[in-house]
Design a binder for this molecule. Structure first.
Ligand SMILES: Nc1nc2c(ncn2[C@@H]2O[C@H](COP(=O)(O)OP(=O)(O)O)[C@@H](O)[C@H]2O)c(=O)[nH]1
Ligand SMILES: [Mg+2]
Length: 458
């Protein structure tokens, strides 16, 4: 028996999506799972089989009537996802037959799992750190290949490694401080004040480096909020439809056609873009349009990337030139891209402005180049490749920031010649913050909010 695994009451759930498919998998985990499934299984005696073996047979109901032909995979503790004894039943993938197999299992003294309960048990049994458990959810919810990469890095424990290293450094620092405390009556100075300072400064700067990845991490995980702005009839909705490859937005040559913001998810080369078609940003008397304009303003303010579209079939007005400069200024830190549209009917004109690209959405000209440009600009100044470790969650970012504040407070106390007991308080607070990332320090509230994001069966 493995004393470190505390096997809980057995739970079961359908682990595959509900719908018609080749097979569906039902997962059972907990105390005596194998013995329980064995009661409804016609085939070999499952209780006598090795771990990690697969067995063909039938699941039968209480009247011994066959429910389905299945393959049963056995996992003895602790060599399973949850660490507990686990059985996976692969049955036929129909909605009703899967449901019937699950119901049969639930009649054997097994209860339905709640969302994320398998992963929660894996965490409680030390199979995964909390940040790794979160990565499992990120992986499942990932909407782009880059988001998958980022989740994999975290699932492999790379964030956890960094955090554990910081913790160790701070524990070392605490030890130095508390050693000094023992000699407080004898009025001993920090024998190694410089060493302590150096150690804390290193932690401080390493936390900073990790925090710097958050901006990229957020874009990779949540997608790049990209707004299309420009005058009515500039071709915003047409471009959105071309990029998405379907007629999502209504296109007419009547100005003011788009009255609400429309947003769609789009994947270019592994990166997710949330494209937002705006209703224009002009003043208007029309109430519906005015509401649309309000929403457009908001989208503009929250954008990670701004695309201004200028209709090349019309000459510039002075007003429009000023407007572009103004938008560029208001975009602030977000990259601003100036695109000329309707290049197929471009007016003969000296533009006296640098377009990033001239496209034709209706003719499909320069659209691939545009996609590439969007990706380059979204990740510009961001050192990124598939093996980068990125902080992608606000929970992790907040904990790192708080830990860093405590480390800085300790550094300040040190500089001011405060006694060790002051430093010790700050350092212990930093340790606590870091511990919440990997789950060494946790509470029910954190766990509930994390595991409720999961699907049932994971
Ligand atoms: N020739 C040409 N016409 C275009 C192009 N893009 C859009 N249009 C036309 O311009 C008009 C306004 O387009 P729309 O996408 O509704 O503009 P929006 O108001 O900025 O959303 C429509 O009649 C489109 O068919 C283009 O690349 N070439
Ligand atoms: Mg439109």
């Amino acid at each position: 028996m493995h004393s470190e695994i505390n096997q809980q009451y057995p739970i079961a759930a359908i682990a595959t999506p509900v719908g018609e498919g080749g097979i569906a998998v039902i997962r059972i985990s907990g105390k005596d799972s194998i013995k329980k499934v064995n009661k409804a299984f016609h085939g070999k005696d499952l209780s006598k089989q090795e771990s990690h073996t697969v067995h063909f047979g039938k699941i039968v109901d209480r009247k011994e009537l066959p429910v389905d032909e299945v393959l049963v995979t056995l996992f003895h503790l602790p060599r399973s996802y949850t660490g507990e004894e686990t059985v996976e039943i692969s049955c036929h993938g129909g909605v009703l037959v899967t449901q019937k197999v699950l119901e049969t299992i639930l009649e054997l003294g097994v209860r339905s799992a709640v969302a994320g309960e398998f992963t929660q048990r894996a965490f409680l049994n030390g199979k995964l750190d909390l940040d790794q458990a979160e990565a499992v959810a990120d992986l499942i919810h990932a909407k782009s290949l880059k988001a998958v990469d980022a989740a994999h890095q975290q699932l492999e424990g790379r964030l956890g490694e960094h955090v554990k290293k910081f913790r160790q450094q701070i524990i070392d620092a605490t030890a130095m401080v508390e050693l000094e405390l023992d000699f407080i009556e004898e009025d001993v100075e920090f024998a190694n004040k410089e060493q302590l300072q150096k150690l804390l400064e290193d932690v401080d700067s390493e936390i900073s480096s990790l925090l710097e990845t958050y901006e990229t991490g957020r874009l990779v995980k949540d997608g790049v909020k990209t707004v299309l702005i420009g005058r009515p009839n500039a071709g915003k909705s047409t471009l959105l439809n071309t990029l998405v490859g379907s007629d999502r937005a209504i296109v007419t040559d009547i100005a003011g056609t788009t009255r609400d913001t429309i947003d769609v998810d789009c994947n270019f080369d592994g990166l997710l873009f949330k494209l937002i078609d705006t209703a224009g940003l002009r003043e208007t008397e029309d109430i519906v349009e005015a509401e649309g304009v309000k929403r457009s303003q908001k989208a503009f303010e929250q954008a990670d990337l701004v695309i201004y579209l200028k209709d090349l079939s019309h000459a510039f007005s002075d007003e429009e030139r000023t407007e572009i400069a103004e938008f560029q200024k208001r975009a602030g830190e977000s990259p601003f891209i100036l695109i000329g549209t309707k290049a197929d009917i471009e007016a003969d004109q000296e533009w006296r402005i640098e377009f990033d690209l001239k496209i034709s959405a209706t003719e499909g000209e320069q659209i691939d180049e545009l996609k590439k440009l969007l990706k380059d600009r979204a990740l510009e100044n961001k050192h990124y490749d598939a093996s980068s470790l990125l902080v992608t969650s606000t929970r992790h970012r907040d904990a790192l920031q708080k830990a860093q504040e405590q480390v800085r407070a300790a550094l300040q106390s040190l500089a001011q010649g405060m006694t060790g007991d002051f430093l010790s308080i700050d350092l212990r607070a930093a340790l606590n913050e870091l511990g919440t990332i990997t789950g060494e320090i946790t509470n029910e509230h954190i766990l509930d909010s994390i595991f409720s994001r999961f699907c049932i069966g994971k």
